[in-house]
Design a protein around this ligand. Structure first.
Ligand code: GDP
Length: 201
């Protein structure tokens, strides 16, 4: 898929205020600092469409971007950020939950995971919750350039094994690096294929 336009639409913390039309949308979520903003900018080939974090946790809103005028990319707040106060954390978790439960237009969520780390409890719990609520998701491993290829495959294999303790199969996953542009074509082709399916229904 060629990206011919990528525009910011709106930010809010209320799913009821999200865009009303029925364009398919894809949400991006993960722990703070996982590389979400960098990935979005890499996918869209824009320097600062999504803000890269100086201070993690500052983008605590649901951010809609319209891509090629026919689908939405949704940048969700990073979770698991300790520096926000407990009450702020609670509120943003609630509206994220509501977003996932209520947003009819959501086709798929991408859960971002740093390929360098062992499976983290918060990510596993979040994916578990997504599964229980029947919200389709794929995994995006980020920062692949930071590992040697053999370590990278070992980590992904270990992650797969961990997932298989709770899941019948490993969800579709992508290996990416924003600094090297790895995974861009694959991810965009995947979204494109789903968009075509959605449009033909
Ligand atoms: P966010 O908080 O999830 O939006 O994360 P950012 O996109 O702001 O990235 C967090 C940090 O990781 C920044 O210092 C980025 O430069 C760095 N980073 C993000 N993606 C990559 C990547 O693919 N490769 C490398 N080497 N660093 C990355």
């Amino acid at each position: 898929m060629k990206i011919s336009s990528a525009e910011f639409v709106m930010s809010n913390s209320d799913v009821a205020k999200c865009p009303k039309n029925s364009l398919p949308e894809y949400a991006f979520i993960g722990r703070s600092n996982v590389g979400k903003s960098s990935l979005i900018n890499m996918l869209m080939q824009r320097k600062s469409l999504a803000k890269t974090s100086g201070r993690p946790g500052k983008t605590q809103l649901i951010n809609h971007f319209i891509i090629n005028k026919n689908w939405y990319l949704v940048d969700l707040p990073g979770y698991g950020y300790a520096r926000v106060s407990k009450s702020t954390k609670k509120v943003f978790q609630k509206f994220i939950t509501q977003y996932f439960e209520k947003r009819q237009q959501l086709v798929l969520a991408f859960v971002l995971v740093d390929c360098r780390h062992e499976p983290q409890k918060i990510d596993l719990e979040f994916m578990q919750w997504m599964g229980e609520n029947q919200i389709p998701f794929s995994i995006i491993f980020t920062k692949a350039d930071k590992l040697k290829p053999n370590v990278l495959s070992k980590n992904i294999e270990a992650y797969t094994q961990k997932m298989l303790e709770n899941w019948e199969e490993m969800p579709t996953y992508f290996v990416t690096s924003s600094s090297k542009g790895i995974g861009r074509e694959e991810l965009l082709a995947y979204i494109d294929a789903i968009n075509q399916q959605v449009n033909s229904n």
